[in-house]
Design a protein around this ligand. Sequence first.
Ligand SMILES: [Zn+2]
Length: 170
Amino acid sequence: MNRKHTLNYLTNFFPLQFWKDNKQLRAVCKELDWEDIASDPIQLLCYALRELMWEYDWVGLAAPQIGQDVRIIAVSSWIEKRKESKFDKQTIMINPTITFQSEKTFISEEGCLSLPNIIDKVERHHSITVRYLDESWQQHEQKLTGFNAAIVQHEVDHLDGILFIDKIIS
Ligand SMILES: [Zn+2]
């Protein structure tokens, strides 16, 4: 299969979910254990999240956005994406948990693939630490600041059925 066929295949299996009253987007997603992560469907889902995030030219994508109620997100560095657009900079985070969040906050201007044509302001923690598993069951802990921290906060919210429009500051 060439790339176009692969993408058609992935979008058929994992269609993008839209709008705030969509049940898939409002579900609280399930944690995954080792057997889940090693399974073909979850490995395929991780591959799909990377490929589709790249194809949609977005900096983050959460499994519920493509109809899967499991705790997996794909994120791409906000700054590096604009500087060099490296595919291998994309990171899959399984069961991501924010283990630290700064008291200091900032105003993040956000949009979401699942909520077309809405961009608005949300308050996010300026720095966070996120703990997660990769596709090989290795645990990682990463400190993030600014927009990269906001991307992870936005995507982790998706896993609890929370959308950024729930948090818009007027
Ligand atoms: Zn989103």
